[in-house]
Design a protein around this ligand. Structure first.
Ligand SMILES: Nc1ncnc2c1ncn2[C@@H]1O[C@H](COP(=O)(O)OP(=O)(O)OP(=O)(O)O)[C@@H](O)[C@H]1O
Length: 338
């Protein structure tokens, strides 16, 4: 079923009734001492959506996830999971979580650990099923102290699956997994998502977010600085920059921003920077429009720079959220000439 239909079907609920949002974060703030870790996060996630939270180190991803799960109290704002307080939704087994760290119980086998967790839940998945879905049936007899980093992550994933949750929350789930394990992890996830579960996962990897999520939230400096599909975020953050020296450019800045493939125009000293979604098209159009352009350079966008640029724009606009839309003409902050 196409993603949009699946989300709509799940959101309508079993009898076609409108269901509460799977996740509703309203005005979340959290300071750690003088560090403003989360500075006004508002997010609604519909049942059945698969959402990636992408952001650089220190962006506030883990703090947001901890508040979402009720592990940390917000300084301001509210969290609702399926219309309930997080503690209630977690106790009811509606939420499974895989956090970044957390020691696994020592001196037990993987199977014993998963069985112990299952005994704590009212309607757990059968242990063999949790092991199979997490792809760790082959290491079920291994002691938890003898696991590699990637295996330990998959055991944490099995523990998140034990309540047979409607919402899975995963904080950087593929850290320490090699390429092969990462691939099989995402294929297990696809099986779970096909059942209509809601998934929220944090990651540093744009490719991972784009491959797996319906929707990507970019968090930087404790705020949501972009919210769109992977393709939209990619166009906004991973474009190339064409730069050139153009004599007497002042009068033609607005026409440069209208060239094909150009998202934004900036002037740095004598150079004009064209931030592009399609640098080839932009370059061709630039040469036709400005034959006197010289010292032309094309450089790859850097993800970290792009996050910072998104943050800077958001702060400058004093705008809490920057929604990217399918129609780039209606996304002013990625189009405007500055
Ligand atoms: N328990 C804590 N005590 C003090 N400061 C904290 C605590 N947890 C997070 N911080 C700080 O809050 C900010 C946001 O951290 P957070 O871990 O939420 O970001 P993140 O996006 O998850 O980063 P990473 O990708 O590195 O895990 C950082 O400056 C971090 O140092």
């Amino acid at each position: 079923m196409p993603t949009r239909d699946r989300v709509a079907a799940v959101a309508a609920g079993p009898r076609g009734r409108a269901a509460a949002a799977a996740v509703e974060l309203t005005g979340l703030h959290k300071n750690w001492g003088s560090v403003q870790a989360v500075r006004g996060v508002d997010v609604i996630i519909a049942p059945g959506e698969v959402v990636a939270v992408l952001g650089p180190n220190g962006a506030g991803k883990s703090t947001t996830i901890d508040m979402l799960l009720g592990l940390t109290a917000p300084d301001a704002g509210t969290v609702r999971l399926f219309g309930e307080a997080p503690g209630i939704a977690v106790r009811e087994g509606r939420v499974g979580a895989m956090l970044q760290s957390g020691a696994l119980l020592p001196d037990v086998t993987v199977r014993e650990l998963v069985a112990t967790f299952a005994a704590l839940h009212r309607h757990p998945l059968p242990v063999a099923e949790a092991l199979r879905r997490a792809g760790i049936a082959d290491i079920a007899g291994q002691r938890t102290t003898k696991l590699s980093g990637g295996q330990a992550q998959r055991v944490r994933f099995a523990l998140a699956l034990v309540p047979d949750p409607e919402l899975l929350v995963l904080d950087e789930p593929t850290v320490a997994m090699d390429v092969e394990v990462r691939r099989s992890f995402w294929s297990s996830m696809r099986e779970l998502v096909a059942d209509g579960r809601t998934v929220l996962f944090a990651t540093h990897y744009l490719e991972e977010a784009d491959d797996f999520a319906d929707r990507v939230l970019v968090l930087a400096g404790g705020r949501v600085v972009a919210d769109g599909t992977g393709a939209q975020i990619k166009a906004a953050v991973s474009g190339r920059t064409v730069s050139a020296v153009i004599p007497d450019v002042e009068g033609s800045r607005s026409s440069l921003s209208a060239l094909p493939g150009v998202l934004r125009v900036e002037q740095v000293g004598p150079r004009v920077l064209l931030h592009c979604s399609d640098s080839d098209a932009a370059l061709r159009a630039l040469l036709a429009a400005e034959p006197r352009a010289h010292d032309i350079e094309v450089s790859a966008g850097d993800l970290e720079d792009a996050f910072l640029a998104l943050t800077a724009r958001t702060v400058a606009d004093a705008d809490a959220a920057h929604h990217l839309t399918a129609d780039p003409a209606s996304a002013p902050s990625t189009r405007s000439s500055r």
